[in-house]
Design a binder for this molecule. Structure first.
Ligand SMILES: [Zn+2]
Length: 143
């Protein structure tokens, strides 16, 4: 089981720049204004082009180390993969073009990120199962 947060923006003239700006802003709001973001080409079935988005490691500050120890959350790279995204493939709009989404007139971007994984990273939780055990002593700290 996992939970996913998905986003979809569709309008005239939506660009990859809109995708990058929106997600960069969201990650800075969530992890702090000092995080940097990076996009690397990837493949997802319904977006073209597609990318994986990384944020600079907010745990080690991008150094890859926690004191003398290696930073495990970023695997010592200084970057954490945070979500998948991309521009909606025009072929997807073909299926709904009779409802006003002519692929020649609209474009869009989409993204998906694991809510559980982001919570683990943001709050430094070691075990995902803690979120689902129903222990109010644990859950209460997030209220
Ligand atoms: Zn790190």
């Amino acid at each position: 089981m996992f939970h996913q947060i998905e986003g979809l923006a569709v309008d005239a003239n939506i660009t990859f720049g809109d995708l990058k700006g929106t997600l960069d802003h969201a990650m800075k709001e969530f992890f702090g204004s000092s995080v940097k973001t990076s996009f690397r080409p990837s493949f997802f079935p319904f977006t073209e082009p597609s990318a994986e988005m990384f944020v600079s490691c907010f745990i080690c500050g991008g150094s890859g180390k926690r004191g003398a120890e290696p930073c495990r959350p970023c695997k010592q790279t200084g970057w954490i993969e945070i979500l998948g995204c991309g521009m909606v493939d025009p072929n997807v709009f073909e299926f709904v073009k009779d409802n006003g989404y002519d692929p020649k007139r609209v474009s869009g971007f989409a993204f998906g990120m694991g809510a559980d994984r982001i919570a683990l990273l943001k709050y430094g939780v070691d075990d995902l199962q803690l979120f689902f055990n129903g222990d109010v002593r644990f859950l209460g700290q997030f209220a």
